[in-house]
Design a protein around this ligand. Structure first.
Ligand code: 13P
Length: 258
């Protein structure tokens, strides 16, 4: 059985002081929740401080981006080696990076390879736009994004995929559990084709896009969905804790049944 994962993508929110305060508010409770991988992804400049705060706990840390070169004259960029010291996960290919920073499949692929090379687990984001969704192109778009981002990636090594339909991000208009489950099933099927059945069965695939405490159970209880990549709701301790607790309860229930 795959261990569910809830990751909080704080995006470009919180100063260092605020990031630390937010984690302090939920650290003890979050640490105690079993049967869920809990990952916090604050902005780069807060990684060290948040890392200190959660040291020795079950809470894990993720970055929101990285550059693919190991070091050198790339003013303003952060390398995989710098992150490998600080965190376990890194978000790659988020639609906001594709949209505002012109990241292509090729760049995302280089980033995925660079992360894996240093032992970081990429949380690879894929998802279709509203226009593509309305044109019935979801499967086509998601399949192409997987093909380009995973080119030459031979071992997934803990990589996680997050299915984030662009039209559901920050809009309050989440997909339905059934819609998300269907697309995530397709993503898993693609992994079987690109790799093999065992790798596909072990891969964790998350849903992201307007996940809140009010709708989390609808997603987490779907058989193909292994957790959530949470944006806005990760900025409120109570909301985030509730999403993690709901996930833990569902997983604990499933383990007892099997
Ligand atoms: P929201 O949860 O704010 O819709 O953001 C989702 C997201 O983009 C997480 O990466």
């Amino acid at each position: 059985m795959r261990l569910p994962l809830i990751a909080g993508n704080r995006k470009m929110n919180t100063t260092v002081r605020e990031a630390v305060a937010l984690v302090s508010e939920m650290r003890l409770e979050l640490d105690a929740i079993a049967n869920v991988d809990k990952v916090i992804c604050p902005p780069f400049i807060s990684l060290a401080a948040v890392g200190e705060l959660i040291k020795g706990s079950s809470i894990k840390l993720g970055a929101q981006n990285l550059y693919f070169a190991e070091k050198g004259a790339y003013t303003g960029e952060i390398s995989p080696l710098m992150l490998a010291d600080l965190c376990q996960f890194v978000i790659i290919g988020h639609s906001e990076r594709r949209q505002y920073f012109n990241e292509t499949g090729e760049i995302i692929n280089k980033k995925a390879q660079a992360a894996l090379r240093v032992g970081l687990k990429p949380i690879l984001c894929i998802g279709e736009s509203l226009k593509e969704n309305e044109a019935g192109k979801t499967a086509e778009v998601v399949t192409e994004q997987m093909r380009s981002s995973l080119a030459r990636v031979n071992e997934l090594d803990g990589l996680v995929i997050a299915y984030e339909p662009v039209w559901a991000i920050g809009t309050g208009r989440a997909a339905t559990g059934q819609q998300a489950n269907e697309t995530i099933g397709l993503i898993r099927h693609n992994i079987t084709k690109l790799y093999d059945k065992e790798i596909a069965q072990d891969l964790r695939i998350l849903y992201g896009g307007s996940v809140t405490a009010a709708n989390a159970t609808e997603f987490i209880s779907q058989p193909e969905i292994d957790g959530a990549l949470v944006g806005g709701a990760s900025l409120k301790a109570e909301e985030f804790l509730s999403i993690v607790k709901q996930t833990s309860a569902i997983r604990t229930h499933l383990s007892e049944e099997s």
